[in-house]
Design a protein around this ligand. Structure first.
Ligand code: ZN
Length: 129
């Protein structure tokens, strides 16, 4: 994800710099859908009352791939690295860095690492499931 003019994306990355995962939750009656990344309108009911929440940072690996050829020379020192889709316990799915040897279904917990010139979320095995 690149730096964006989208205020919700900026808010998400600001939280990441402080070691937190932000998402949106719809405040409409009978909805309550969690959404990621944070956004202004609900994907489920199209409501516009959403609140920013912070996830606990725990979840389950839905899928994972290993990147052997990074998109730039500057990132070559990080390879190989894992990129996973993680189902967070709050009910949304996000893509993030992860240990490359994680299995689908593994319980994970987020950490934060420097990747290139920015801090990114990175999931590892949850030692306290
Ligand atoms: Zn909704």
């Amino acid at each position: 994800m690149s730096v964006s003019a989208d205020p919700h994306a900026r808010a998400f990355w600001q939280q990441v710099q402080e070691g937190r995962i932000a998402y949106s939750r719809c405040c409409a009656d009978h909805c309550g859908a969690p959404q990621f990344p944070p956004k202004a309108r609900c994907d489920v009911c199209d409501g516009d009352r959403l609140e920013m929440r912070l996830a606990a940072g725990t979840g389950t690996i839905f899928s994972i791939t290993v990147v052997h050829r990074p998109p730039s020379d500057a990132l070559r020192k990080h390879a190989p690295y894992g990129i996973a889709l993680v189902d967070l316990d709050e009910g949304f799915r996000m893509m993030a860095h992860a240990d490359s040897d994680l299995a689908i279904g593994a319980r994970v917990r987020v950490g934060f690492v420097l990747f290139g010139d920015r801090v990114v979320p990175r999931f590892v095995v949850d030692q306290n499931p």
